[in-house]
Design a protein around this ligand. Sequence first.
Ligand SMILES: *[C@@H]1O[C@H](CO)[C@@H](O)[C@H](O)[C@H]1NC(C)=O
Ligand SMILES: *[C@@H]1O[C@H](CO)[C@@H](O)[C@H](O)[C@H]1NC(C)=O
Ligand SMILES: *[C@@H]1O[C@H](CO)[C@@H](O)[C@H](O)[C@H]1NC(C)=O
Ligand SMILES: *[C@@H]1O[C@H](CO)[C@@H](O)[C@H](O)[C@H]1NC(C)=O
Ligand SMILES: *[C@@H]1O[C@H](CO)[C@@H](O)[C@H](O)[C@H]1NC(C)=O
Ligand SMILES: *[C@@H]1O[C@H](CO)[C@@H](O)[C@H](O)[C@H]1NC(C)=O
Length: 355
Amino acid sequence: MKLQTTLAVLGLLLVGSQAHPVLPNVTEPLCDSLEAQAGAQVSLDFINGQLNHGYKYALNQIEDIKISTLANGTEIYLMELEFLETKCHILDPTPVALCPIRPKQETAVEADCDVALSNSAGVLSVVAFKCKTETETPDLPCAGCPYLIPFNDIGATQLVKDSLDIFNANNTHNAVFSLLEVGRLSSQIVSGGPKLIAEYVVIETNCTTVDDGICVPLNHTVARHGVCLSTGIDLAKTVDCTIFDLPADLNDTVLPAPPAVLLHAHTAGPGYTPTIHALKHHKLTPLHDPSASGLLSESAESVEVPVVLDPPAAPIVKREIGPVEEVAAILLLAEAPLTVAKPLVPRCPGKVLHF
Ligand SMILES: *[C@@H]1O[C@H](CO)[C@@H](O)[C@H](O)[C@H]1NC(C)=O
Ligand SMILES: *[C@@H]1O[C@H](CO)[C@@H](O)[C@H](O)[C@H]1NC(C)=O
Ligand SMILES: *[C@@H]1O[C@H](CO)[C@@H](O)[C@H](O)[C@H]1NC(C)=O
Ligand SMILES: *[C@@H]1O[C@H](CO)[C@@H](O)[C@H](O)[C@H]1NC(C)=O
Ligand SMILES: *[C@@H]1O[C@H](CO)[C@@H](O)[C@H](O)[C@H]1NC(C)=O
Ligand SMILES: *[C@@H]1O[C@H](CO)[C@@H](O)[C@H](O)[C@H]1NC(C)=O
């Protein structure tokens, strides 16, 4: 969607930096082709790996793909992808393929991402991405559907606290858990009155169920984590927590979680950052810093290039670009019309996997 705009802006900026474009090959494979699917899978895994809170994403649709071949044979994939939020928290070890998609009735979260990947010697890797998230609600008004409420809602905050106390007073894990992150708070009109629904993440503390006193969350690398779903109608509260097993051998198992320093909590616990998400439900990292990928930042000629992401709403952000010439050539060529005959079946977008 916004890929064209971004590329145009990048192209212009790079032309301004004395680039002398060579003409690389550009192909436009089918959106459901094997190379598009491979690019989408690598993009999805990479973006999920960048998340430090919230829920994993799954692919919904491949919207566009262009592949340019550089002089040295490296291919650059430029893709437009649509992801949907699943119900699996990032700390949940369930593979994305098995995670249910959050339905529109519960207010779905959709992420539109532009991703650049390189394919060098058959190895696909993400060079840069930017994503925009938005919520999706049912097409028709839905009186009985749960709707999201702010993270500072007093009733829901109390429900989280009370339901976690109930769980801690009566669980089979012989541990006291503390709140790490509130994932979702919603409210629903049911016959008994307003129903509050809280989904949150917990972390094991140094207390067992018989201890009472100061309970401090354990180090992320050794603590058990879990997700809880609680509901409250008036004073009747329910709670259901799933505590994930620790990997059998901590020594050589990579935890599904990102490094502890990346974890932050919305409302409490280690890493609590009050400025993050005071009111809003979480959003996907809007822009990946390409310097972290190592692929676009190797050149000594790297320049700071301001990229207008989504004018006029988004602010101008800085992005590192390099090596300048070849990237400029690709980006300019990505704009060029192709003289290939149009196939009878639309090339893109690919099929919608969910909704
Ligand atoms: C496109 O790439 C192919 C294979 O990499 C190469 O043989 C061909 O000469 C290239 N064409 C142009 C116009 O660069
Ligand atoms: C091909 O060229 C690109 C851009 O100059 C560079 O990033 C990439 O590392 C090169 N690949 C190989 C295999 O040399
Ligand atoms: C504690 O949990 C057990 C098993 O889940 C349940 O049968 C029991 O009613 C619970 N007790 C309280 C006080 O919630
Ligand atoms: C947990 O750790 C805190 C801080 O180190 C300590 O004050 C507290 O006594 C510990 N609790 C237990 C049950 O060991
Ligand atoms: C957590 O554990 C890891 C591995 O044992 C260790 O490197 C790290 O320093 C610990 N962090 C804290 C805050 O204790
Ligand atoms: C894990 O590492 C610790 C300390 O390095 C070591 O004592 C222990 O034997 C290791 N466990 C396994 C299963 O390798």
